[in-house]
Design a binder for this molecule. Sequence first.
Ligand code: HEM
Length: 273
Amino acid sequence: MSLAVLNETRMGASILRLFFHDCFVNGCDASVLLDDTSTFIGEKNAAPNANSLRGFEVIDTIKSLVEASCKATVSCADILALAARDGVNLLGGPTWTVLLGRRDARTASQSAANSNLPSLESSLQTLINLFATKGLTAKDMTALSGAHTIGQARCITFRSHIYSDTNINPTFAALRKKTCPQSGGDGNLAPIDVQTPIIFDNDYYQNLVAQRGLFHSDQELFNGGSQDSLVRTYSTSASTFTSDFVNAMIKMGNISPLTGTSGEIRLNCRKTN
Ligand code: HEM
């Protein structure tokens, strides 16, 4: 059932990003799905998420279907992990076994979202350091960034890279400037992978080698630094990328889960029970 929902709405990319933004903020506990309440300000309106995260209604649909057939058993955190995997697979990517048993947080934190999620202006070293705080290596970081082989981004997120950075292919920059003006059009969308935006493949790395990374932070992975050789490897070996991506997704999905009697199994992913 969840597969049909993901397929119809082509929401795989958005759900994959939701999962990443969940796991990096206090672990994979579905905190990202909580609406603000009178007692806490949640993560949805944190800077990296506001007007940007999509796909909440798809998770709601999956959750209500799951609840209808099996009440109060499958957490929103596990649904996110499974839907992220299935979204990748439906777009032509690999599949893997998701370890289950995550429970849902009873709170969320806007400030934690602001400080734990990577910034677009990050240098390579900053990205490596941030992922290290989550127990992920530089290799994991480079492999997980291959998620940018699918999905779309708003003009506001890549404007400074296409207008001000010099490590960008001029033809590619010109193409993107057509729909991302120097001012205005902040919300105009462009595919992150210029080659195959709805296919999960290793083209993202080929783009980086050709200086066709859409974000400043993407191009940092191939800019004369420590990840250059791995980016080259992934650009020519889809199978190496795939196996490293799967390993890193499993690692990311295991960041600080709530288990046992911690947390709860939310009945509605947007609010605590
Ligand atoms: C390494 C640091 C990263 C940075 C700075 C970053 C930043 C961004 C930004 C700015 C967008 C566009 C958002 C918008 O237009 O509102 C985006 C989209 C996306 N990101 Fe990342 N990201 C990073 C890593 C990751 C990772 C690790 C994953 C998943 C494993 C991921 C998955 C995605 C996906 C799938 C999209 C497209 C979403 C959609 O189409 O709805 N990103 N990212």
